[in-house]
Design a protein around this ligand. Structure first.
Ligand code: SF4
Length: 295
């Protein structure tokens, strides 16, 4: 039997990982090199309750029940039926009484398909954090990247999650603009302003060999941005976040070219200054993409 690929955000590196789903319900994003749905290891399925329960028991044995953070793993674990998620959250609470964070990836459809009452119940049972990939605030770019969703739906999903007091962490991919470089930045700043998520997390585009975008990049059809352009894109986005944005901004992904971090709006100027200084750095100006073919 093939191994299963479990992905998690870098900030969940020290969390207990409990696989809830395998693969991703969508599996068609052009830039995604993890789940293209073609091989068995990537095919979507919800894992059976008995397997999930066994994994929780194993984690309990390993940690002595002291774990404080659990990540419900899978490309979009929130796609699992609400009843199953309820059972998981209850059992997690039983095994790990000191939990202070349970989190999951979600596609906006997963959130929109559940009722407000379902989302609130998941929150009440201990789901504290949801990671959602906005990727870009440009509908044209989302369409080009075959994201299978539109910005308006992402904003609706964001509002629904935060209304239930679940922390929302939104991912943006720098460099995704390519040929649509200015539009990616301008529209992303607008979408983030409308969402005002708890966390805005940036990562930079890599070209993964089994992603559909890889061939477009290799053939020159997709314009690859240089690191300095990626930083300019991020500078534009941060500069243009609206006055009402109170998000924590994080660059906590190894693909990035700066390590800015700050709370909006208080740290906006500091982040802008740091990005401007990095952009003016002659080394950064001359840097080309290297090692961009791994996660
Ligand atoms: S980027 Fe996310 S939604 Fe798109 S195919 Fe990959 S895991 Fe699925």
């Amino acid at each position: 039997m093939e191994d299963v690929i479990l992905i998690r955000p870098p900030c969940e590196a020290f969390s207990v990982l409990i696989g809830v789903t395998e693969g991703c319900t969508w599996g068609k994003c052009k830039f995604c090199g993890v789940y293209d749905g073609k091989s068995l290891v990537q095919r979507y399925r919800v894992r059976p309750w008995d397997s999930i329960k066994n994994d929780i028991d194993m984690a309990w044995l390993e940690t002595g029940g002291s774990a404080k953070r659990v990540f419900l793993a899978g490309g979009n674990a929130l796609s699992a039926p609400t009843g199953l998620l309820i059972d998981i959250l209850k059992y997690l609470r039983h095994r790990f009484p000191h939990l202070d964070q349970v989190s999951s990836y979600a596609k906006n459809h997963d959130i929109l398909k559940k009722s407000d009452a379902d989302i609130r119940q998941l929150a009440d049972l201990g789901l504290t954090t949801v990671y959602m990939g906005l990727e870009s605030g440009s509908d044209a770019l989302l369409k080009y990247m075959n994201k299978g969703t539109r910005v308006a739906g992402m904003i609706r999903a964001a509002n629904k999650v935060m209304a239930a007091s679940i922390r929302l962490s939104v991912y943006v991919i720098l460099g995704l603009g390519g040929n649509l470089f200015p539009e990616h930045a301008t529209e992303t700043a607008k979408a983030l302003t409308e969402m005002n998520p708890d966390f805005i997390r940036f990562r930079s585009l890599n070209f993964i060999p089994n992603a559909a975008l890889y061939d477009e990049w290799k053939s020159g059809k997709f314009k690859e941005l240089r690191p300095v352009e990626i930083l300019q894109e991020q500078l534009y986005i941060i500069k243009n976040l609206g006055d009402g944005v109170t998000s924590m901004v994080l660059n906590d992904h190894v693909s990035n070219f700066s390590d800015i971090k700050g709370k909006m709006p208080a740290d906006k100027e500091l982040m802008v200054n740091a990005l401007e200084a990095t952009i003016e750095d002659p080394y950064i100006k001359g840097l080309s993409h290297e090692n961009r073919t791994s996660m």
